[in-house]
Each structure stands twice: as C-alpha cells, then as structure tokens.
Design a protein around this ligand. Structure first.
Ligand code: FES
Length: 189
C-alpha cells in the first residue's frame, strides 16, 4: 500500500525546516548539470535521494519544497513523484530501513517467513519502527533481484539468498553500526 505523508503543505508545524548542506547542494548541482536545462526535471529523483539522506532518511514537506525550489518546479510536481515511489519515506523512519521484497518469487522462497521473523525479533510489523529508532520494517514490491530470492534491501545494499541465520547476523551487525544506511551510499553498508 502506498505510504502517504501525515503532513500537509499547510500544516508543517513541528516539522523541522530543511536546508541542504553545502555538500548536498553541490551534489544536487552536479546532478542538475547532467541534464539539458529544458529537461531539468529529470534530476528530480536523484535529488530527492540527496534530500532524503540529508533529512534523516525521510522526505518532509520542507525537504521536498527545497528540491522544488532548487529545480524551479511546482511543489506538487515533487509531491507526486515522492508519493509514487516506495523508496521515498514520507514519515520518519529508523536508522536502518529493512525493505523485504514480498512479491511472488521472493514469497515462494520464504519472504513471508523472513518478514515474520524480523517482525517477531524486533517487535514491529511492516510499516513500523522500533521504539529505539534503530529499525523500520517495510514489505517491498519486487526489487529486481528475483534470482537471489528471498532478499531485502537496506540502504544501497542488497542482502540476498536470505536465511533466518543471515537475517539475525544482519540485524546484530546493524545494531552496532553508527551510520545510517542510505540509498546514496556508495560503499558497503
Ligand atoms: S520478487 Fe523479490 S526481487 Fe523480484
């Protein structure tokens, strides 16, 4: 089911303002430079990833608005893209977002057991975040790695051929990891 923001453009009370860091701004300008000026909107998705990384893993309305302003497009043009793709989180998430694919090939290879195991171990259901803010569990649609089912994505990294043991190892490793996993990570998470 699509994740909709619980915020609205006219009611952002309590939601921190968002400003790109210098590095984030530089990344956005590099991304924008890849496209002809009259096709600047093509930079939207990678720029949303930068904004999400710089906003603790989720896209608040101020973060989406900052992207719209930078690109010189309507706010709604950003919202309609951000609300379409499940890789964008429209509400706060845990430091490590575990997106378990549960489409048919992964389901046939035990994705439901993986989801149930993670849920039981962390005490959360898909769509929820642990009280300590460390983990969010999501059930995702096909992540394009059906040949290595069952699998999950955490930030930029795919964890494939999952077994219950592998999932337990991953959770323990992530518990001890300071850094948030982001889609924009270029290195092993
Ligand atoms: S069905 Fe799970 S990656 Fe395609």
């Amino acid at each position: 089911m699509m994740d909709y923001p619980t915020q609205s453009h006219s009611a952002t009370e309590g939601i921190p303002p968002f400003t790109f860091s210098e590095q984030g701004l530089a990344e956005c300008r590099t991304i924008m430079g890849r496209y002809p000026q009259d096709h600047g909107k093509s930079a939207l998705i990678p720029m949303l990833h930068v904004a999400q990384t710089e906003n603790d893993g989720w896209l608040s309305v101020p973060a989406m608005d900052a992207v719209a302003k930078l690109l010189g497009i309507q706010y709604i043009e950003v919202y309609e893209v951000a609300t379409f793709y499940s890789m964008f989180n429209l509400n706060p998430v845990g430091k490590h977002v575990l997106e378990v694919c549960h489409t048919v090939p992964c389901m046939l290879r035990g994705a439901d057991d993986v989801i149930a195991h993670i849920g039981k171990r962390l005490g959360i259901k898909p769509g929820e975040t642990t009280k300590d803010g460390l983990f969010t569990l999501k059930a995702a649609e096909c992540l394009g790695s059906c040949g290595t089912a069952p699998m999950l994505q955490c930030g930029a990294k795919y964890h494939e051929h999952l077994t219950i043991e592998k999932v337990d190892e991953l959770i323990e490793r992530l518990r001890g990891q300071e850094k948030r996993n982001n889609y924009t990570d270029r290195t092993e998470a």
